[in-house]
Design a protein around this ligand. Structure first.
Ligand code: PRX
Length: 663
């Protein structure tokens, strides 16, 4: 990796970084001060989950207390059974009622538009309460009722957080679609969720250009007769078509509402949201999270993992988009109940310059910074001079999420950004787990570059074989969770079978994460990669099947096989092996490659754009017709083919594959 720091490129995996000795002095309070405290708490949380989580949940507001902490009928968990609560109340109204209404809840930095500095908005809890109540009433005026799924397809503007909370306020589950996805992704998700109302923006700023969100919604709605209303926030001022009877402007309906709509008490197991994520087969699945357990788990894990202390004037900055689970859990729901301001930004890390994040950190005295390894690898490539020009001394805790971090990136982050004084929490978790499942705790856990270390409280994580037996130290196996936890998914929308098959079938009685892992002699976890056909591209999950069906959907290709390949920045890049349609057989050119890449980018979104396209006249298949993906992965990675190819149907295919060059 090219960078101009002095960090060695090969790091020993045995390095241990204990929490800095002055961590307690710098943080004021440390919730989990050492490994002994961690062990005692973790052991209790596994031995007595009901006692443990009952105490944690008692710190939240409940309209009616639960009668039982946990009801567990594998694979169905109910947490805080019989209790009623509201996630918006616990995030916002409660702070106002407790006298903190004047405190900062959300700090937002818009993308700088030419000639201006960044637009900054500071929203207090009182203001947020009023804005959310108005938005909630506006949604009701559009016909939204408790239990109706509302789709949010917006840029990173404060109104996205407001709309999320407004849905929670009235008990209407939200389904947020990442603004980087294209029309087809909207069609699939809105259709699957049965959503009749979409909230969007005219456009979103990204590197000085406008992402045409409303136009994408319009295109999607051509295939969505069930969409009755589209609420449109004006952000970029681009020309948009407004469909009479269906589309309404945010500024026409939201500000005019009263701010009196109270939070709706909902059952602890009332659906809070659906969030679509990729699996190994078929279309993305709608992961269901419910109210009480998710709320308690995200807020408690945020507090422990980041050592949040509201009295210490902390400022927390997570660079994720609310369209992903990281934004749901650790920009909105996990943060606001902790009363530590959450910083949202709009745009891109390298616009207007490659020091955007460091400028934000210095400008707002950010204490906590949470980003993805893929971003860190980009920062390294952009050069040390960018962070070096800013004062980053306010930082206390650094976090990473989304993919394994390579030790070189970890060391750079530690030294260049953290000034060698900030613990790094490498947080392992998933859309399905709701919150962190394996992570260091900054005041307690000695860290090692590349390891996500030890399980979160209440998480009985293990590495097992197919029969569920724990693997010996340093032996790879399946990552599982053996007991229910409050933030766990409650199902896959409309597909009970897929829920059971994906998570609860391979290892009897245990939740299967879909990752392989090993534990070292100290008990530290090392994530080794997905065991299914899911790629982790720049920390984002993508199913190979989605990209393949998009390529075939172009009609230029009759068959495609998509595999991951090592990529310096993205972690995993996408290689697509394509068999061209007979009408285009002679078009195996760079122009065709570009055409296909652009097709996928427009169809699914830029994150799914293949990095390399290789044309072939046939895909390697077994005699029973299964595509030999492992072989393709080796070809894509440029490896020697060492595996047994005796089951390959046509050995000639292999020679042709190697001859087919990429881009
Ligand atoms: O493979 C693991 C990887 O990301 C997957 C979950 O993806 P998603 O549901 O999109 O959520 C990403 C943000 C929570 C996991 O199955 N993953 C996530 N965090 C880590 C990780 N792999 C290694 N280390 C991590 N810290």
């Amino acid at each position: 990796m090219s960078n101009d720091s002095s960090i060695q490129s090969v790091q020993s995996e045995d390095r241990i970084f204990p929490p800095p000795t002055d961590f307690a002095a710098r943080m004021g309070t440390v919730h989990v001060p050492d490994m002994e405290a961690y062990r005692v708490m973790h052991e209790r949380s596994i031995r007595d989950p009901e006692g443990f989580w009952g105490e944690v949940a008692a710190d939240f507001h409940w309209y009616k207390p639960w009668s039982k902490v946990l009801e567990w009928n594998l694979p169905d968990a109910k947490w805080f059974v019989g209790g009623t609560t509201n996630a918006c109340f616990n995030s916002v109204d409660r702070q106002v009622e407790n006298g903190y209404g004047h405190e900062l809840a959300i700090l937002w930095e818009g993308e700088p538009v030419a000639g201006h500095g960044p637009e900054i908005r500071r929203i207090t809890y009182s203001e947020l309460r009023d804005d959310v109540a108005r938005c909630a009433s506006a949604l009701e005026s559009l016909g939204v009722k408790k239990g109706d799924v509302v789709t949010l397809y917006m840029g990173m503007v404060p109104e996205l957080a407001i709309a999320v909370l407004a849905c929670a306020r009235i008990g209407a589950p939200h389904s947020v679609i990442f603004g980087g996805f294209a029309a087809q992704a909207i069609v699939d998700r809105v259709h699957d969720a049965g959503s009749a109302v979409i909230v969007t923006c005219d456009g979103a700023w990204r590197r000085g250009s406008v992402v045409p969100l409303k136009a994408n919604v319009d295109a999607a709605c051509e295939q969505l007769p069930g969409v009755r209303k589209v609420l449109v926030l004006k952000r970029t001022n681009n020309e948009v078509a407004m469909h009479a009877g269906r589309d309404v402007w945010w500024h026409d309906v939201v500000p005019a509402q009263p701010n009196t709509r109270a939070c709706e008490p909902v059952d602890s197991e009332h659906p809070l949201f659906l969030l679509y994520t990729s699996g190994s087969t078929g279309k993305p699945k709608g992961i269901l999270h419910t109210t009480g357990g998710y709320m308690v788990f995200t807020a408690a894990t945020a507090r422990w993992t980041f050592n949040l202390v509201p009295e210490q004037k902390q400022m927390y900055f997570c660079t994720a988009d609310i369209g992903w689970i990281t934004g749901h859990s650790y920009i909105v729901y996990g943060m606001l109940p902790n009363r530590v301001p959450t910083l949202m930004y709009e745009g891109a890390p390298n616009f207007p310059a490659e020091d955007r994040f460091w400028a934000i950190i210095a400008r707002h005295n950010v204490t906590h910074f949470y980003t993805a390894p893929t971003a860190i690898r980009s920062f390294m490539r952009w050069g040390d001079m960018h962070p070096a020009k800013h004062d980053l001394s306010s930082l206390r805790v650094l976090g990473t999420v989304g993919e394994p971090i390579n030790p070189e990136a970890w060391m750079w982050y530690h030294q260049m950004i953290g000034g060698s004084r900030c613990p790094i929490v490498d947080t392992m978790w998933q859309t399905e787990t709701g919150g962190h499942i394996i992570t260091p705790l900054p005041g307690a856990t000695p860290t090692t570059p590349g390891s996500c270390t030890m399980p979160m409280f209440g998480i009985d994580a293990a590495v097992v074989d197919d029969a569920g037996n724990e693997q010996p130290a340093n032996t790879g196996g399946l990552l599982v969770i053996r007991k229910p936890w409050p933030g766990m998914l409650r199902g896959v929308n409309g597909d009970r079978q897929r829920f059971i098959e994906t998570y609860w079938s391979r290892v009897p009685g245990m939740y299967l994460a879909g990752d392989s892992a090993r534990r070292d002699a100290r008990g530290y976890f090392w994530i080794m990669g997905r065991i299914d056909d899911v790629l982790n591209v720049s920390g984002h999950r993508l199913g190979t099947a989605e990209v393949e069906s998009s390529l075939v959907g172009s009609k230029l290709v009759v068959e495609a096989a998509v595999v991951g390949m090592p990529h310096e920045i993205k972690g995993t890049g996408i290689t697509a092996f394509c068999v061209l349609h007979p009408d285009h057989e002679n078009d195996a050119s760079d122009a065709m490659r570009k055409r296909l890449m652009e097709y996928v980018s427009k169809d699914i979104g830029p994150i799914a754009r293949p990095d390399v396209i290789r044309f072939t006249t046939a895909l390697p298949k077994t005699r029973s017709g299964k595509i030999m993906r492992r072989l393709l992965r080796d070809v894509a990675a440029g490896k020697e083919i060492t595996q047994d190819t005796t089951t390959l149907d046509d050995l000639g295919v292999l020679a042709k594959l190697r001859a087919s060059d990429g881009e």
